[in-house]
Design a protein around this ligand. Structure first.
Ligand SMILES: [Zn+2]
Ligand SMILES: [Zn+2]
Length: 232
């Protein structure tokens, strides 16, 4: 659907999405879905005639459970370095529990079960190691790293300028509707607002969101009108 970008998703974990990018320098994987056996990602690699060792970089937008499940196994099978913001690294290694979000139900209410899941922390992911801490302005293959705190303090987004594709993580979601992040998950509203402005300035055509189907084209206009609605 989007050339060079394979979108992977699971119903479990609130339609969480991961993205396998076929770039000239090799495969990059952004996030790893919910399931610990990484079955869907491994099946896609097989379907493409590739192996886990073809993955050059594994990149984490942030350390919420739905995005972390397949990480430990894929790290082991691929030998690829894992990149994340330093703030998320001890969550990924299992040394710290995810920061609590609001207990108050907020729209869209279909996300409330995930607020509870986050706060109760009932299911653990297999611990994994972050090899490289990355920051605003760094590059990983063709991607530019954007620090986009708000949903979590170490939340990252990634921009592929040649293709005008923005990988938004959970800063922008498209399930159960297009939204500038789920209100019930916002840890820092002011920081999140600044992150949204930073992302809007890129005029990305494609938005690959952390939950819900990616927006193949017209992403910049959607983002701008959602921001306008927020200001009104
Ligand atoms: Zn999240
Ligand atoms: Zn998420």
């Amino acid at each position: 659907m989007i050339p060079g970008i394979h979108s992977l998703w699971q119903k479990k974990g609130a339609r969480v999405h991961a993205y396998l990018i076929d770039a000239p320098g090799g495969l990059l994987l952004i996030d790893t879905l919910y399931d610990n056996d990484a079955a869907q990602i491994l099946a896609l690699l097989k379907h493409l005639g590739r192996t886990p060792q073809d993955i050059r970089h594994i990149i984490m937008t942030h350390a919420h459970r739905s995005h972390l499940g397949g990480l430990a196994l894929l790290q082991e099978l691929s030998g690829a370095p894992v990149y994340a913001h330093e703030w998320e690294s001890d969550l990924i290694s299992g040394d710290r529990s995810a920061q609590q979000v609001s207990w108050r139900p907020q729209p869209a209410f279909r996300t409330y079960i995930y607020q509870l899941g986050n706060n109760l922390n009932l299911t653990r992911h297999p611990p994994a190691r972050v090899d490289c801490f990355v920051h605003q302005g760094d590059s990983i293959g063709p991607l530019q790293v954007l620090a986009t705190p708000g949903h979590s303090p170490g939340h990252l987004a990634f921009f592929w300028p040649e293709r005008r594709v923005l990988f938004t993580g959970d800063a922008i979601v498209n399930w159960p509707r297009f939204e500038l992040g789920w209100p019930g998950f916002l840890l820092n509203k002011r920081a999140h607002g600044q992150s949204l402005l930073k992302m809007a300035a890129l005029e990305a055509d494609t938005l690959c969101t952390g939950h819900g189907a990616p927006i193949a084209t017209g992403g910049a206009a959607m983002l701008r009108s959602a921001l306008d609605a927020l200001e009104r």
